[in-house]
Ligand binder design. Structure first.
Ligand code: NAP
Ligand code: GDP
Length: 325
């Protein structure tokens, strides 16, 4: 089997596009530790290998690697505030990347394509828990409209490619991901890496730390290496075109305030946590069901969030000079 991993990419038979990012780096680690992958050739690609917004550059990548399997992680990715500020770019870049990757997978006869959606693209007004069947049931939260619509189209196109060409294109739906190699940029990143960076700076300067919004919204978080293990399983074993939610259970949902306290504790930060309620809260919750995942993987063990946050904090402190920030 040859996965092409966008970026990351499995070589001449298997590739990952999007391989230099938070999730791509975690897949790289998991694959390196795994015996099965010894019979596979994995290539992990980044934007330096070609801009997937560009059709010709995308074709050149497929021509060079001729992957049999592709994990498509490449995307413009960001937290709530980046999504609110750049809705057009989130729509256009992701739509172009996804269109180029899917069409090249068809042309180059890729045996399986696994693309990555997100629980933040589900309808805003909904019943809970959300499951895979509800993806297109109503408008997403306005804060990430551009990103959500571009991502939802991937699911629609997976079905179109399957029905018209018999392509084995599927998608997975992770919750908010965190871990080593995240984007720790305070303005653009997600809440966990953003708060880790803010906490680090507040500790250095002996200042209080500012939490944006009320701290009451609820989120499910998945540690990047847990997600990586599940993505490799999806690539090798999941046969459906329908998407699958990759999430911790509903009972593991936590408030933003509680996550901030865990970060302060892992960083041994002794200052105060201050709420800036002039900043947006975003969607209050998007509680997702992992019932479908549990039917396939009843015994999968998720990393407890305190443990995962400790690993992410330690990685950031040790790699401060090279971390994306
Ligand atoms: P990330 O750390 O920002 O990594 C994004 C990857 O995409 C990088 O390898 C980046 O390459 C590549 N990339 C971006 N634009 C590209 C372009 N125009 N051409 C080629 N490569 C490009 O993001 P991530 O958190 O790992 O996200 C991976 C996937 O998971 C994405 O599809 C994202 O939407 C989805 N997801 C993420 C979260 C989350 O909380 N992070 C939650 C749900 C779903 P460079 O490193 O060279 O820039
Ligand atoms: P989301 O889960 O897709 O909404 O995106 P984020 O990972 O950016 O999480 C946003 C939630 O965290 C909102 O309720 C924000 O108000 C809250 N939040 C608190 N402090 C921060 C911060 O420093 N950065 C970010 N991105 N969000 C924060």
């Amino acid at each position: 089997m040859k996965p092409l991993y966008f970026w990351p990419c499995l070589d001449s038979n298997e590739a990952a596009l999007g391989g230099s990012g938070l999730v791509g780096k975690a897949i790289h680690k998991v694959v390196n530790e795994d015996d099965t992958s010894k019979d596979e050739t994995w290539v992990f690609l980044s934007s330096k290998d070609g801009d997937l917004v560009d059709r010709k550059a995308t074709e050149a990548i497929f021509e060079k690697h001729k992957p049999t399997h592709v994990i498509h992680l490449a995307a413009r990715v960001g937290g709530l505030f980046h999504n609110m500020a750049k809705k057009v770019e989130f729509f256009r870049e992701n739509m172009l990347i996804n269109d180029n990757v899917m069409e090249c997978c068809r042309i180059y006869q890729v045996k399986k394509l696994v693309s990555c959606l997100s629980t933040c693209i589900f309808p805003d007004k909904t019943t809970y828990p959300i499951d895979e069947t509800m993806l297109h049931n109503g408008a997403p939260h306005s804060s990430n409209l551009g990103y959500s619509i571009a991502k939802r189209l991937v699911d629609s196109m997976n079905h179109c490619y399957h029905e018209q060409y018999g392509c084995q294109f599927t998608s997975l739906i992770p919750t908010n991901v965190y871990g080593p190699h995240d984007n720790f940029n305070v303005q653009d990143g997600h809440v966990i890496p953003g708060l880790i960076h803010k906490c680090y700076l507040a500790k250095q300067k002996g200042e209080d730390m500012v939490l944006w919004g009320s701290g009451t919204p609820m989120r499910q978080f998945i540690f990047s290496e847990d997600l990586a293990r599940l993505i490799v399983w999806v690539l090798r074993e999941y046969k459906e075109i329908e998407p699958i939610i990759l999430s911790v259970g509903e009972e593991d949902e936590v408030s933003i305030s509680d996550v901030a306290k865990m970060i302060c504790s892992a960083m041994d930060f002794k200052g105060q946590l201050i709420n800036d309620t002039t900043k947006a809260d975003g969607q209050f919750k998007k509680t997702a069901s992992n019932k479908k995942l549990r039917t396939y993987k009843p015994d999968f063990k998720f990393t407890p969030i305190q443990e995962g946050i400790k690993q992410a904090v330690d990685w950031f402190v040790e790699n401060y000079s090279v971390a994306r920030k």
